[in-house]
Design a protein around this ligand. Sequence first.
Ligand code: URA
Ligand code: SF4
Length: 209
Amino acid sequence: MAAKELHTADEFFPERKTLPAFRRAAADCQACDLWRRGTQTVFGEGLAGARVLLIGEQPGNEEDLSGKPFVGPAGRLLDEALAEAGIERDQTYVTNVVKHFKWEPRGKRRIHKKPVTAEIAACRPWLEAEISLVKPKVIVCLGATAAQALLGPKFRVTKDRGRPLESTLAPFVLATVHPSSILRAPDDETRHREKRLFIEDLREAASLL
Ligand code: URA
Ligand code: SF4
């Protein structure tokens, strides 16, 4: 049996190198099998020339249904934390490493499943196009999936969070936790502490602008 052919998103790239053209092209992407499971491609959204670009893992349930990144519970926490750090969400560009919601059924619910390396690699050209068109000064990786996709598989958010690193992708890349991890905190005290630390990391990003 022939090995399964690997596709990458750049096979679906548009002629015109603009964000709206990329967004339209991404809507038809079939570079990996996740397009079969998700409702729609959730492309990044925000200010075209934003100085801060934030990257999550993949759309969740509400993002999959609305077609917009970070609009569910994690997005609301992100908005609040950004505002507290002095960054307005509408001054940023927000996207994900993987543009389709990966899930499996559990009863009536759709449960988030982590994307695998091949899916991350297939989808990566969309992210690279977004970064090269937005040209942010600071990239903020939200959680390990984004941090490892941009900074390498050895990167540890727990150890190196909040520290601006040099990168070829932008003048500064900084990683912090994923807002969903704060929502999953076992008790209120932990949640408050985690939220404070998250805001501190975002303040560090704000200080670089
Ligand atoms: N979690 C993510 O990583 N991205 C979203 O867009 C929503 C939740
Ligand atoms: Fe294309 Fe990314 Fe969706 Fe896979 S997850 S089909 S690569 S947009």
